[in-house]
Design a binder for this molecule. Structure first.
Ligand SMILES: [Zn+2]
Ligand SMILES: [Zn+2]
Length: 266
């Protein structure tokens, strides 16, 4: 976050479950943000039952934090409004209180056919916006209906993050048509039993979820240390079931273009 310059701007942190590898970094982050003179509220969301541990973690060894930290437990099914997007909380299967998060943009207005609007004699200006937003307007004695020049509403983008989980129907539901699914991939297929026992997923299982959900891309994450030198093994395994799979690494950034604006259909 600091490398990308987004550390100071972070507004909310979504925590999937209370295993140490998923929240311990918050302790250092809160200190760093305090030292940097942060003043804005930091929102911390965690699964049911998490607020006590989160509160202790945030205040560990600190007399006082100089900026407000708001800790809040979220419930599966809840939708959290955020500026420009919404976070949907969904249940996952990790043998403990755990949730995943789907980040969704709102639906966008349909495509506006500028050429056609001009050809119909509409003068450039505020009328363009009114028609685009669905209003019928009168121009030179003729009514122009929005459906003549505006396409159907276009879906916003969505990114779905599972945290640690077994493959689950609730994840398939949450990831329907997602632009990006970020899924637990702790093991290879050869360790399928271990994956079951520890409530994690194999590469093939993650790929199966992405495929069933009709997601557009899959990023595999949370690899067991035993694969740290051979991520391509997991990538290959996943691609057999879901070709648009990649293994995520620290600092990776992905562009998610709107499909109707130069993106390619899968
Ligand atoms: Zn875990
Ligand atoms: Zn974990």
């Amino acid at each position: 976050m600091m490398r990308f310059g987004t550390g100071f701007g972070v507004g909310a942190i979504l925590i999937t479950h209370m295993h140490a590898d998923h929240f311990i970094g918050v302790i250092g982050l809160v200190r760093t943000l305090g030292l940097q003179g942060r003043e804005e509220t930091l929102h911390l969301c965690g699964p049911p039952g998490s607020s006590g541990v989160l509160d202790r973690a945030v205040h560990l060894g600190m007399d006082r934090i100089r900026f407000p930290v708001e800790i809040r437990e979220v419930e599966p099914g809840e939708r959290i409004p955020r500026p420009g997007y919404e976070v949907e909380v969904f249940p996952v299967k990790h043998g403990t209180s755990a949730v995943g998060y789907a980040i969704r943009e709102p639906q966008r207005l349909g495509r506006f056919d500028v050429e056609r609007v001009r050809a119909l004699g509409v003068p450039e200006g505020p009328l363009f916006g009114r028609i685009h937003r669905g209003e019928a307007v009168e121009v030179a004695g003729r009514t122009i209906h929005p459906e003549e020049v505006v396409g159907p509403p276009r879906p916003g983008r969505s990114v779905v993050y599972t945290g640690d989980t077994r493959p689950a129907e609730s994840v398939v539901e949450a990831a329907r048509g997602a632009d990006l699914l970020i899924h637990d991939c702790t093991f290879a297929g050869s360790d399928a039993r271990r994956a079951r026992e520890t409530f994690h997923s194999t590469a093939g299982e993650a790929a199966g979820v992405a495929r069933k959900a009709g997601a557009l891309r899959l990023a595999l994450t949370h690899l067991s240390a035993r694969y740290s030198d051979l991520p391509e093994v997991l990538e290959r395994e996943a691609r057999k079931r879901f070709p648009d799979s990649i293994v995520a690494r620290d600092g990776l950034t992905l562009d998610l273009p709107f499909l109707d604006e130069g993106g390619t259909e899968p």
